[in-house]
Design a protein around this ligand. Structure first.
Ligand SMILES: *Cc1c(COP(=O)(O)O)cnc(C)c1O
Length: 399
């Protein structure tokens, strides 16, 4: 078998200084060694089952489907995993790799705190020391997630440089990783230099493997389309990877259009960006006037990143996947619709994927089948939505 070069077409790579490159090579070596090791895979499967609660259901939304009057909508219920999102699939995989490499310390970045919480939990589980870098602004905005991480034994370090959000948290986490020398850097999405995009896809591929088996068992055929929200792109690539060779299945990624398509109001990187390099990899990117990372915005903190996983850039150019966007209000409408019709409160991130399904389902025949990745549960977002509704910034849609 040909060795994977670290590139998806022209995208990906390792655009990093020499000391980081040798650490990435050590990681790549370990990943290549264990990815096909049956014992490693068994242990990974054990924790997915016993700790994360997999497999989760592929749920048919009978009420939503009837309401929309078109394609059948199925949800892959990643919201039912331990900690309420797909993030745990990846943190379990990477921490087991860290253990195999003899590492005792974990370093991670987090934006809103979802990846930080999943990392803190798995570090507690494995008895490892854990430091999470989080932008100082996010530390203020997400006090409860900081407390959660600390409860599970992690140290949370506020990143004080620049805009003090996710980008700076990544910068400072990488600095700390180089400084410490013997720590394991546990990256939270399918981004970053090689081998992270490949490794994160592999640990999220369980989503697509299960979904493919489940839809075949429940419908007796493959879906017409798989739909997932795209921030860095890990939940989407996890689902897509299960259907990559089924060329009749459309793969659709949904990006956040935020408040509008003007500069600074969205984070629709693949739809509106251009190729560029940041955080050590080449992909699509939203740029400011001087070519650096743009300011980005989305109502869901998990989606506001000015780049995107390099494999998605490749899938876009090759035409194998399509990328569209949904606005804050469209996501919020879907957030209320699913709550009202199915009694399931989706994460605002996942509500972007759902919003696209809600838009296209009525245009499709009744025997069409859509699989939507419900990447997380929305309990974390209820307080924010309640406040925005109270302040008149969002309206509750009528059915
Ligand atoms: C973090 C997160 C996302 C965005 O990350 P991806 O890597 O694009 O999947 C989406 N949904 C939920 C629930 C998240 O926590």
């Amino acid at each position: 078998m040909r060795q994977f070069s670290g590139f998806f077409g022209p995208y990906g790579g390792q655009f990093v200084p020499e000391p980081v490159k040798s650490m990435l090579d050590e990681l790549d070596h370990a990943f290549q060694k264990y990815r096909n090791d049956p014992e490693f895979f068994d242990e990974y499967q054990y924790y997915l089952r016993q700790y994360a609660g997999r497999p989760n259901p592929l749920y048919f939304c009978a009420n939503l489907t009837r309401h929309l009057g078109g394609a059948k909508i199925y949800l892959k219920r990643e919201d039912l995993n331990h900690l309420g999102a797909h993030k745990i699939n990846n943190t379990i995989g990477q921490i087991l790799l860290a253990k195999r490499m003899g590492k005792k310390k974990i370093i991670a970045e987090t934006g809103a705190g979802q990846h930080g919480v999943a990392t803190a939990a798995t570090a507690a589980l494995m008895g490892m020391e854990c430091t999470i870098y989080m932008g100082a602004v996010d530390v203020e905005r997400q006090r409860l997630n900081v407390f959660r991480m600390e409860m599970m034994g992690a140290r949370v370090v506020p990143a004080q440089s620049g805009q003090k959000t996710l980008k700076e948290a990544v910068d400072e986490a990488i600095e700390a990783w180089v400084r410490e020398g013997d720590a394991f850097y546990l990256l939270g999405s399918a981004v970053g230099p090689h081998p992270y995009p490949l490794m994160v896809r592999e640990f999220q591929a369980v989503v697509g493997r299960e979904a493919r088996e489940q839809i075949l068992a429940q419908e007796g055929r493959l879906p017409d389309a798989c739909i997932a929200c795209v921030g860095g792109g890990s939940n989407a690539i996890g689902l897509f990877s299960g259907f990559m060779d089924d060329t009749e299945v459309r793969l659709i990624g949904v990006e956040p259009a935020g408040r509008g398509l003007e500069y600074g109001q969205h984070a629709a990187t693949l739809c509106l960006g251009e190729p560029g390099t940041m955080h050590g990899f080449y992909s699509y990117m939203l740029k400011d006037a001087s070519g650096g990372p743009a300011e980005v915005y989305s109502i869901s903190a998990g989606l506001d990143y000015p780049s995107v996983g390099p494999e998605h850039a490749y899938l876009k150019d090759s035409g194998r996947a399509q990328y569209v966007y949904a606005s804050d209000q469209e996501a919020v409408d879907a957030f209320f619709l699913l709550s009202r019709l199915e009694g399931i409160i989706p994460a605002l991130e996942s509500a972007h994927a759902l919003a696209h399904a809600v838009a296209v389902a009525p245009t499709l025949p009744r025997d069409a089948v859509l699989v939507v990745n419900l990447s997380g549960r929305g309990d974390k977002d209820v307080e924010q939505v309640e406040r925005l509704v109270r302040q008149g910034e969002l309206r509750i849609p009528s059915l």
